[in-house]
Ligand binder design. Structure first.
Ligand code: GLP
Length: 253
């Protein structure tokens, strides 16, 4: 979907406020399962972060119970840290393997993350965009939300038209992710799909839980697109569903 960086049309996203984070994650998982059942060759855009962990637990359990197969699915993760070996436990590649890919029947050769180790980051970013296009585009993009409103690693100030690229992480993002690194050494840079890349997905599912996300949820859904809150750019997309728990919805207008 082409999006103008000057005067995008504002859409009203669907919102579901769930009782708690468990119910919210389960609802997101159900939506993914339904999508994959309807279209076994779905191209999924996947996300990391603590919020997503229960989603992957549900998907793994559903697969173990025979409710869904991921054999035809291709996946593209939103982002990856720069200068981190894929085998590093803090990398998003090893996180995805540990939480999801290793436990389902997805073809590992069809699971993609940006190459944060490439010497030529621009080329790696362009190759990632090209791979998404070659796969037919993303059918369903799963998104979490940073406490500062970031999506992927698109920090405040990211342009609505931004594409996959190397970015510097905000200090608050580094702090928020420190717990995922045993030595506390969070990389300062990452490669992320851009906001423009994310907005090209056919459908977008946002999951936000906990009071730490309440202010960002409010800014994202306030009704105006601002670079101060990257998630507000999602208002430019006609098919976005927000699934939040009561805590994350507590400041929602
Ligand atoms: C990281 C990821 C984002 C994610 C965010 C929220 O910064 N790059 O894609 O949405 O964290 O993480 P959490 O769910 O741990 O709050």
């Amino acid at each position: 979907m082409p999006v103008s960086s000057t005067t995008p049309v504002i859409h009203t996203p669907a919102r579901h406020v769930m009782e708690n984070s468990h119910a919210a994650a389960e609802r997101v998982a159900r939506s993914i399962i339904e999508t994959v059942r309807q279209k076994p060759r779905t191209v999924l855009g996947l996300a990391t972060g603590a919020t997503m962990e229960p989603v992957y637990r549900h998907l793994v359990a559903a697969h173990a119970g025979g409710a869904v197969s991921f054999a035809g699915v291709t996946s593209f993760n939103l982002d990856e840290y720069a200068n981190l070996a894929p085998t590093h436990p803090g990398s998003y590649r090893s996180t995805m393997n540990r939480l999801f890919f290793d436990h389902v029947d997805i073809d590992p050769g069809k699971t993609f993350l940006p190459d944060g180790q490439s010497r030529d980051r621009r080329a790696a970013a362009q190759a990632y965009e090209a791979a998404i296009v070659a796969a037919g585009g993303i059918d369903l993009q799963l998104l979490g939300l940073g406490g500062n409103g970031h999506i992927g690693f698109n920090e405040p100030g990211s342009a609505l038209s931004s594409r996959t690229r190397q970015v510097a992480l905000h200090i608050s993002t580094i702090e928020a992710n420190r717990g995922f690194f045993a030595d506390g050494a969070v990389p300062a840079e990452a490669i992320t799909m851009g906001i423009g890349t994310i907005l090209e997905a056919r459908r977008i599912l946002v999951l936000a839980t906990g009071s730490r996300k309440a202010a960002a949820v409010r800014s994202a859904l306030y009704g105006t697109i601002t670079e101060n809150c990257p998630a507000s750019a999602l208002l430019a997309h006609p098919s976005v569903t927000w699934i939040v728990d009561r805590d994350a919805a507590s400041l929602m207008a």
